[in-house]
Ligand binder design. Sequence first.
Ligand SMILES: Nc1ncnc2c1ncn2[C@@H]1O[C@H](COP(=O)(O)OP(=O)(O)OP(=O)(O)O)[C@@H](O)[C@H]1O
Ligand SMILES: Nc1nc2c(ncn2[C@@H]2O[C@H](COP(=O)(O)O)[C@@H](O)[C@H]2O)c(=O)[nH]1
Length: 219
Amino acid sequence: MSSDGHTGPIFRGRRRGVLLALSSPSGAGKTTLSKRLISQNPDVILSVSATTRDPRPGEVDGQDYHFMSVDAFKAKAAEGEFFEWAEVFGRYYGTPKTPVMDAVEEGRDVVFDIDWQGARAIAEQAPEDTVRVFILPPSLALLEERLRKRGQDTPEIIKGRMDRAKDEISHWHEYDYIIVNDDFARALEKLSLILHAERLKRTRHPWLDDFVDAIMDEE
Ligand SMILES: Nc1ncnc2c1ncn2[C@@H]1O[C@H](COP(=O)(O)OP(=O)(O)OP(=O)(O)O)[C@@H](O)[C@H]1O
Ligand SMILES: Nc1nc2c(ncn2[C@@H]2O[C@H](COP(=O)(O)O)[C@@H](O)[C@H]2O)c(=O)[nH]1
């Protein structure tokens, strides 16, 4: 019986998880945004990628990345352990497959901090589940300033990443949503709104078929 005293088909099933793929030129803020989104929504999982790049100061193996050798990465790729993988800035990066597939089926949302190649690959493999969000910096000058102020990369690495920034941005039209990360709090609020609205999308609620059938069968 429902709270208003009526009997009838009031039931809910498990929804499918949202695969939220965030891309941006390096330094626009997607790592900071995704970590804050997860701290506000502890039920959301961050996809921890494998990479062959060296850890930055403070980065923890298994938490920020699974750091590994090129040989170990190639072996995992050959065994089909990655949902997608790509070469970015001359290093390999890949998304472990199992945690993603398990999460979607369990109705858990997954955030990916991933380049345009990875976001495209995920959207191709799971078109109904994937939402792509591109984070733009307010300007290239501010992007470079953020990379410098982050204080974790050499001037050569920063130059390499700035050289690739326009190439990454050129894929912006492949994304469902664009957020300009100027004011951080506003950008985070927009990202949170996207996640919460996408959770409500019809196709994430397969239980609705039975629910509507039951309503239709009511006298
Ligand atoms: N809105 C903002 N205003 C000012 N600084 C910001 C803003 N958003 C993020 N930052 C800062 O910019 C720097 C780069 O952010 P972050 O590391 O999240 O970028 P990223 O897009 O994940 O980069 P990468 O692709 O290299 O991992 C960090 O020091 C972060 O604190
Ligand atoms: N295609 C993939 N791209 C990834 C993955 N993990 C991270 N990335 C992207 O690489 C660059 C550089 O990252 P950084 O941590 O070295 O600054 C950035 O654009 C990431 O989004 C992945 O699994 N697949």
